[in-house]
Design a protein around this ligand. Structure first.
Ligand code: UD1
Ligand code: CA
Length: 447
């Protein structure tokens, strides 16, 4: 049997935040969620999350996940105390308990599997992940004797000499539960922080071994926002490296970011300062950016998006968007269409080869193929109470600076005279014009 306990009860004082530390995000996902997702990859029998500081907030973030058992640690007297509280839930449990610090978010499932393997092979009482860190400041130092771990001393409890030790404790432990259970209540808090340390179980147990990993980035802990930024940098570096090796060009990789859930095809060029968030998908041969933000958006092949923000929308192939367009959720922009500068589109469907090139607002609107929407056209979709729909047919020309007051329907091949205010439906092949007739007064003088 395998149980996993994620320790997430601490306040995270060093974050200087109103949010519990484990709810801070890297690359769009909370520290806690990352660790839970990694834990699930091990198919454990049980997953516990120990919460304590702002418990309701942390609990809500778990969205009633049925696979997770919540344990309340109140008050929070240290990582060892967290396991003492947890132990009450462990009647008759036989097997291994994997304890994961909730603030070590980058650990990979493969490394955890390796730890479990080494633990079983050696029939150890406890096995833990260690690494040599060039700058070990802040971490517990691991002291070994004849290949076994003898003790762990926290930074704050180390002598000057002990601080020279660069072998650090990652905060990831696999315990033989029955053996841990016998000694877990014998911990003492006579240390600098007056806490019960999980690390003190080592000297109370028998066989303690380490799995030393070379990739120290994987066990980067998050105690403050400098660490948080370090984790983000590590994740981003890996995502972009992988994409580059798979045929994506980043013109200035440091200035751009891509979510782990995004998919990007080959020969896509990501220009500087472009950010691809959520479940976005970019197909082959697209050019994205510079200065572009995409969230949960798919872009089909050969499209170009410059200086633009797009949210929760679908852009088909050969589409040109920007510069300075804003595509809000619920849009489908079909192939060969063009959306130009200072155009905002929301919850609308543009069929193929539609042009909305300049200075427009299009909301809750369907536009048929090959229609041209002139500069400054506005669909007035909101009557003060509700949103209404505008339908514009195929092959229409909407003259510049028109206002289409929804609900309103324009048929196919309709022409709207520039500057019109249209609030009645227009039949196929008609011209609609509604503006004050121009009067020219000859020889006009001011006085
Ligand atoms: C801990 C380890 C240290 C290790 C480092 C790795 C101890 C005593 N020290 O130090 O050896 O090098 O992690 O990152 O364990 N928590 C609780 N309940 C509590 C206190 C903490 O659930 O009462 C949780 C925190 O929310 C956090 C985790 O345990 O997720 C670690 O606590 P933290 O205070 O950050 O420990 P470190 O000082 O980093
Ligand atoms: Ca920590």
């Amino acid at each position: 049997m395998l149980a996993i306990a994620i320790l997430a009860a601490g306040k995270g004082t060093r974050m200087v935040s109103r949010l519990p530390k484990v709810l801070h995000k890297i690359s769009g996902q909370t520290l806690l969620n990352r660790i839970i997702n990694t834990s699930k990859k091990l198919n454990p029998d049980r997953i516990f999350v120990v919460i304590g500081h702002q418990p309701d907030l942390v609990k809500d973030s778990l969205l009633n996940d049925k696979n997770i058992e919540i344990v309340l640690q109140e008050p929070q007297l240290g990582t060892g105390h967290a396991v003492q509280v947890l132990s009450k839930k462990f009647n008759n449990f036989k097997g291994n308990l994997l304890v994961l610090n909730g603030d070590v978010p980058l650990i990979r499932a493969e490394s955890l599997k390796e730890l479990l393997k080494i633990h079983s092979l050696n029939d150890a009482d406890v096995s833990l992940i260690t690494t040599e860190k060039e700058n070990p400041f802040g971490y517990g130092r691991v002291f070994k004797k004849d290949n076994f771990i003898e003790k762990i001393i926290e930074e704050k409890d180390c002598s000057l000499n002990e601080k020279q030790n660069k072998l650090i404790n990652a905060g990831i432990y696999c315990f033989n539960w029955e053996r841990l259970n016998k000694i877990i209540n014998n911990l003492e808090s006579n240390n600098n922080q007056k806490e019960f340390y999980i690390t003190d179980t080592i000297s109370l147990l028998g066989k303690a071994i380490s799995y030393q990993i070379m990739e120290e980035e994987e066990i980067q802990g998050v105690n403050n926002r400098v660490d948080l930024a370090k984790c983000e940098e590590i994740i981003q570096k890996n995502i972009k490296r992988k994409l580059m090796l798979n045929g994506v060009t980043f013109v200035n990789p440091e200035s751009s970011s891509v979510s782990e859930d995004a998919e990007i095809g080959i020969d896509v060029i990501i220009e500087a300062n472009s950010h691809i968030r959520g479940y976005s998908k970019i197909s082959d041969n697209c050019i994205i950016g510079p200065n572009t933000f995409l969230e949960n958006t798919s872009i089909n092949k050969n499209s170009k998006v410059v200086n633009t923000s797009i949210f929760n929308s679908e852009i088909m192939d050969n589409v040109n968007i920007g510069p300075y367009s804003h595509i809000r959720p619920g849009c489908i922009i079909s192939s060969n269409s063009k959306v130009g500068n200072f155009v905002e589109i929301k919850n609308s469907h543009l069929s193929q080869s539609v042009k909305v090139n300049h200075l427009s607002y299009i909301g809750d609107t369907n536009i048929g193929k090959f229609t041209n929407v002139g500069a400054g056209t506005i669909t007035a979709n909101y009557d003060g109470l509700k949103k209404n729909i505008t339908n514009i047919g195929e092959y229409c020309s909407v003259g510049s600076n028109s206002v289409l007051i929804a609900p309103v329907n324009l048929g196919n091949s309709v022409t709207i005279g520039a500057g019109s205010v249209i609030n009645k439906d227009v039949k196929n092949h008609s011209l609609a014009i509604s503006r004050v007739k121009q009067i020219n007064i000859d020889n006009w003088k001011k006085s």
